[in-house]
Design a protein around this ligand. Structure first.
Ligand SMILES: *Cc1c(COP(=O)(O)O)cnc(C)c1O
Length: 428
């Protein structure tokens, strides 16, 4: 239907170019006419006129937001770098053999990261799932076909040992392969938990799982003493840029990073880095092979886009300047909020680079008659909509509105600051 209409439109516009002016049927008129109905459903003339010029999210009736929260998947994660979009656009124009592309891109990724092997996955979660497929099946075709049943007819190792504090909603990625996660808290418990069913040790590095008792170094050492691989979820551990090479350098056997967070690659991409044999086994389980993780397919655009994002991250982005600009943004917000009654701001620079700097904004809720939840709602529902962090929900010991600058575009910090000043200043 669409194609037929597009052809009709093309023909009309072509005829129009040859027609005397007053007879010309303009594109607008065609869109307004009943012929446009299959397209624009029951739009009014005015809506139809706006149809082809309005920004896409407006056409779809989907609200856009300023992102003062961070690389949250629910909020679509990140904005791809221009270099990434250009690479994806270029990649989209030819057919290639996907195995050839993954192999060549994997080689480049391995060179950049110092890993023995690498490939592009459909996200860090897909990387963890594929890593689990690798440590259970080793890339054996019969075993791969048997997933997620690890207990027979062919028996496979079926346990992954993980520190209790690292358990979380992301560990579906391991469990979907059929493994049982064995929780431990101390080094002694960890050593005692290793047995004939152990397929791997797993570790999560994240701001949500701080406070573990067994360090990454120790986890790797214990895994290797037992001749087991260590799978590391480092999805959001960039920056610092050094982490691209650091974990592999420490000996972690399989390392997962998100492509759609601060790498600013495609939203639905991830990296899996690691030992050559394990990477080959993981890849054997993934699309385009018709095995367990065929569902986690990546296209040539994601493959090329993520490589470009990693290249830019490793070699072209000025991480120090980005950090300084993030600080400067938060400082401008802080200054703009000065002098409001009961309002205090608190600044966490996180200068070790491992986590985002942030500014929290707090006030006396009863003095101003303004609850945190109400401010969050006003920010979200205003024009433009602003998503900041409700720090109490995020981590109960924290307070107020949290502003994280990673995804703020130049100038947006002042829109956020002005809006906060307006809301908090109304009662102050
Ligand atoms: C974001 C995240 C994931 C999931 O990454 P995707 O690339 O969205 O699949 C997994 N683990 C942790 C710790 C994360 O922060």
């Amino acid at each position: 239907m669409r194609d037929a209409f597009a052809n009709f439109l093309r023909k009309k516009l072509h005829e129009e170019a040859k027609m005397p002016e007053k007879l010309a049927l303009t594109r607008r008129q065609i869109l307004r006419s009943s012929l446009a109905l299959p397209f624009a459903a029951v739009s009014t003339g005015a809506e139809a006129a706006a149809f082809d010029t309005a920004p896409i999210y407006q056409r779809l009736g989907v609200k856009t937001y300023i992102n003062a929260y961070g690389t949250l998947t629910t909020l679509t994660g990140t904005l791809m770098l221009p270099q990434v979009k250009q690479a994806m656009e270029e990649a989209s124009q030819n057919f290639v053999m996907i195995h050839d592309l993954q192999a060549k891109v994997g080689k480049r990724l391995a060179e950049i990261t110092g890993a023995e092997g690498a490939f592009v996955t459909a996200g860090a979660s897909a990387s963890l799932c594929l890593a689990t497929c690798a440590v259970t099946t080793g890339g054996d075709a019969e075993k791969m076909d048997q997933l997620p049943h690890l207990d027979g007819p062919i028996e496979m190792k079926s346990e992954i040992i993980i520190q209790k504090i690292h358990r979380g909603s992301y560990d579906h990625a391991f469990r979907m392969v059929g493994v049982r996660l064995v929780e431990v808290e101390t080094e002694e418990e960890l050593r005692a938990a290793i047995g004939p069913k152990t397929a791997a040790l797993a570790m999560v590095l994240s701001h949500n799982s701080l406070g573990h008792k067994v360090s990454l170094e120790k986890m790797i050492a214990i895994a290797h003493e037992a001749d087991l691989p260590l799978i590391l979820d480092a999805a959001a551990e960039l920056p610092p840029v050094e982490n691209l090479t650091k974990f592999v350098g420490m000996g972690a056997d399989l390392v997962a990073f998100s492509g759609g967070k601060n790498l600013r690659g495609p939203q639905c991409s991830g990296l899996l880095l690691g030992k050559k044999e394990l990477i080959e086994a993981a890849y054997a389980n993934s699309a385009p092979h018709n095995h367990f993780a065929r569902i986690a397919k990546v296209g040539k655009e994601e493959i090329v886009g993520l490589l470009r994002a990693v290249e830019v991250y490793a070699n072209e982005r000025d991480h120090k300047a980005e950090r300084e600009e993030h600080h400067a943004m938060l400082e401008r917000v802080r200054q703009r909020l000065e002098g409001l009654r009961t309002v205090v701001t608190e600044y966490a620079t996180n200068d070790d680079y491992s986590h985002s700097p942030r500014l929290t904004v707090q006030w006396d809720e009863s003095a101003l008659g303004l609850k945190l939840d109400d401010v969050m709602t006003e920010l979200r529902d205003g024009e433009p909509g602003i998503i900041a962090t409700n720090m109490e929900r995020y981590r109960p010991a924290w307070k107020g509105v949290g502003i994280f600058p990673y995804n703020l575009q130049p100038g947006e910090e002042m829109i956020v600051a002005d809006r906060l000043r307006e809301i908090l200043g109304r009662r102050a």
